[in-house]
Design a protein around this ligand. Structure first.
Ligand SMILES: NC(=O)C1=CN([C@@H]2O[C@H](COP(=O)(O)OP(=O)(O)OC[C@H]3O[C@@H](n4cnc5c(N)ncnc54)[C@H](O)[C@@H]3O)[C@@H](O)[C@H]2O)C=CC1
Ligand SMILES: O=C(CO)COP(=O)(O)O
Length: 338
């Protein structure tokens, strides 16, 4: 039985703790708030994952040093905007060979960096070999109920990705490996923008045709940006690409889609984010991708219009008209050439 630490105690952290504990690992979650740690220690995270009776191998604490001490692996399951700060606080307590797993789906707003790049800045590029991203179509509400789910673990070092695969793999939780850390990180982060966009279209009461068009063309622009940044095109045909796009654009569990629906129905961004009560990563990611698209010289029309709706008061209906009114395009070639 190995000790695995999880930094964060939200919905995804709690669901992953269940998976690990069911695999006979001893799991300790770090929570900022005492009340949340108390709830978890009482057997249910009723704030973030209500209705799931937690495994007896799960505990929670607010003392970061105690949580990390002796852990063979640490999972960071906090919003992307708090990753750097929590990584910095954690590094003094990690051993050189502790495997670091990040499950956040976002990019750093101030630097436009992927989170593995943030890790390399703080821990050194040599340490990247023990860093893994775990991503793919996976809502905490379903994983917590042992609904069959498939994910992908990506690392520069395949032995590390395989270690993470072994740590999590179970009959309900299937993990693939992929050496393309860039593609897996970008797929997971950028799909949230498309979820906001399709949510907005749903809020406007457009139909399935619109949703399918947004998802397909959304994948095209994710692929275009990813390719320009060095990702493997095929990663976007996998779990962290089209797989996650499907789940997030169609599920009522999706925080980003629900936020988009509320905006489409007329709520302000702030009201919509507050109504979700959990992190809506796509809001910050839209800002980052909007700038990355300019930097990389690629077209991201859905991201562009979503940005304008979120931050420039463009009406959702006008955004749809703008997308439909674009000039004529070839479907396939422009994925690689913009
Ligand atoms: N919920 C899900 O089904 C999935 C979520 N993810 C990703 O996992 C990450 C975490 O998401 P959720 O668990 O859904 O979020 P959540 O909103 O349920 O929980 C976030 C947790 O982080 C804590 N937190 C927030 N800011 C913090 C800070 N500055 N310092 C310390 N703690 C802080 C919150 O108190 C809470 O415990 C996100 O990047 C999300 O995209 C990935 C896959 C599935
Ligand atoms: O990434 C996730 C599921 O794979 C969680 O984000 P959403 O809740 O917005 O779908």
């Amino acid at each position: 039985m190995a000790k695995v630490a999880i930094v964060g105690a939200g919905s995804w952290a709690t669901a992953l703790a269940q998976v690990l504990a069911q695999n006979d690992h001893s799991v300790v979650l770090w929570s900022r708030r005492k009340e949340l740690a108390h709830l978890i220690n009482e057997g249910e995270n009723s704030r973030y994952l209500p209705g799931i009776k937690l495994h007896s191998g799960i505990a929670a604490d607010t003392d970061l040093e105690k949580v990390l001490q002796g852990a063979v692996a640490v999972v960071f399951s906090v919003p992307s905007h708090s990753f750097r700060e929590l990584l910095k606080s954690s590094l003094p307590y990690l051993k050189d060979d502790t495997v670091v797993i990040n499950v956040a789906k976002g990019l750093e707003e101030s630097s436009l960096l992927r989170l593995s790049e943030v890790f390399a800045e703080e821990a050194g590029s040599v340490a990247l070999g023990r860093y893994t991203v775990l991503s793919g179509p996976s809502h905490a509400e379903e994983v917590g109920r042992n609904i069959p789910t498939a994910l992908v673990a990506a690392s520069q070092e395949m032995a590390t990705a395989e270690y993470v695969q072994d740590l999590f793999m179970s009959q309900d939780f299937r993990v693939y490996t992929n050496p393309d850390i860039i593609g897996v990180e970008l797929g997971g982060a950028l799909k949230n923008i498309i979820a906001l966009g399709t949510g907005i279209a749903d809020g406007l009461e457009f139909g399935d045709n619109t949703k399918a068009a947004m998802m397909t063309r959304g994948l095209a622009e994710i692929t275009r940006l990813g390719y320009s940044m060095g990702a493997n095109l095929l990663t976007f045909a996998g779990l962290a690409g089209v797989g996650d796009l499907i789940v997030t654009c169609t599920s009522m569990h999706s925080r980003n889609r629900r936020c988009g629906i509320e905006i489409g129905r007329g709520k302000t961004l702030q009201q919509a984010v507050e109504s979700v009560q959990m992190v809506v990563e796509g809001v910050r990611t839209t800002k980052v991708a909007y700038q990355l698209a300019k930097r990389q010289g690629v077209e991201m029309p859905i991201t562009d219009q979503t940005y304008k709706v979120l931050f420039e008061n463009l009406s959702p209906r006008e955004a749809v008209l703008n997308l439909m009114g674009r000039g004529k395009k070839l479907e396939v070639e422009e994925i690689m050439h913009g």
